[in-house]
Design a protein around this ligand. Structure first.
Ligand code: PBG
Length: 329
């Protein structure tokens, strides 16, 4: 034992909280987070989402309060998703661009009251489509080119309402370029696009579809969302989105796709966003409720992992909770 030499002792750099935090390579701050929120039509309405404990569909007045609290905590980006009544859904998703629809109206009201908030929309047919698909359906097929003008109408209605960033989540080919053109031709060259670049056909979206009652009425989304076996394909999607004028590239889901985040963060010069989706949230909540995991430990660990992989921005249902935790520590 006595002549045994350990050339370098890494534990010296872990011996106190101060040293550990001084050399931490990755930080997550409330400003890196986007809080996704579910919007309901009406006043003073709150509907809890059973598969997403702590999350609820909120009417605008209650959503405003949520936003106000988040802004105080340093979270200033919000992705807003509409829960649309079934009676307003149809095959062409026309409610998405209907004059004065509650979603666009909410965007305007929020921007009026909180101009400093950054609002990200969802551009896809599914919340408004009676087929529950992100594109236009005919004879059981999801049509690509026929969907693009519908997405553009929706996007222009959102731009008109004052959206900061469009979030095309539909995975139709060519939609980023199509939306960029539509925006520019209509005087919205300042509106950004956060493309859902590498959005995988994932089982992790289940609770979100409960939240919006937006599950596909037939089949699955595998003809437009990516196969989870692939990463080279994500690089190709990224290159196309860059060429078409995207401002941010998103990877979704996050934790099971850290290699994809890493790959895109190395191959692209655009900022990468990652979406810690509803199923990722539900898993942590469920295990924590059972007392099998400690939420306050797991949440920062997952968020740091996602940033460590190369994401600048994280969309997460834990945004407010994390910011509260952060403000206490
Ligand atoms: C739909 C959309 C989905 C999510 C965001 N936008 C679901 C889907 O593609 O079926 C999922 C988000 C989540 O699970 O948290 N365009």
């Amino acid at each position: 034992m006595s002549d045994f030499q350990i050339p370098h002792r890494q534990r010296r750099n872990r011996k106190s909280a101060a040293i550990r935090s001084a050399i931490a390579e990755t930080l997550v701050l409330p400003r890196h987070l986007v809080f996704p929120l579910f919007l309901l039509d009406g006043v003073n309405k709150r509907e809890d989402i059973s598969s997403m404990p702590g999350m609820a569909r909120l009417s605008l007045d209650l959503l405003m309060r949520e936003i106000e609290q988040c802004l105080k905590l340093g979270v200033s980006m919000f992705a807003i998703f509409p829960a649309v009544d079934d009676s307003l859904k149809n095959p062409v998703a026309s409610y998405s661009y209907a004059k004065g629809n509650f979603y666009c109206n909410a965007i305007s009201e929020i921007k009026k009251r909180f101009p400093e908030a950054v609002l990200i929309s969802d551009v896809a047919l599914d919340p408004y489509s009676s087929d529950g698909h992100d594109g236009f359906v005919q004879n059981g097929k999801i049509l690509n080119d026929e969907t693009l003008p519908m997405l553009a109408k929706m996007a222009l209605a959102q731009a008109e309402a004052g959206i900061d960033i469009l979030g095309p989540s539909d995975m139709m080919d060519g939609r980023v370029g199509y939306l960029r053109d539509a925006l520019d031709e209509n005087g919205f060259s300042d509106v950004s696009i956060m493309s859902y670049t590498a959005k995988y056909a994932s089982g992790f979206y289940g609770p979100f579809r409960d939240a919006l009652a937006s599950a596909p009425k037939f089949g699955d989304k595998k003809t437009y969302q990516m196969d989870f076996a692939n990463v080279k394909e994500a690089r190709l999607e990224a290159r196309l989105d860059e060429d078409e004028g995207a401002d941010f590239l998103m990877v979704k889901p996050a934790l099971a796709y850290l290699d994809v985040i890493k790959t895109l963060s190395e191959s692209s010069n655009l900022p990468i966003a990652a979406y810690q989706v509803s199923g990722e949230y539900a898993m942590i909540k469920a295990a924590a409720e059972k007392g099998w995991l400690v939420e306050e430990k797991i949440v920062p660990e997952t968020l740091v992992a996602i940033r460590r992989a190369g994401a600048s921005i994280i969309l997460t249902y834990f945004a407010k909770q994390f910011a509260e935790l952060y403000s206490r520590n």
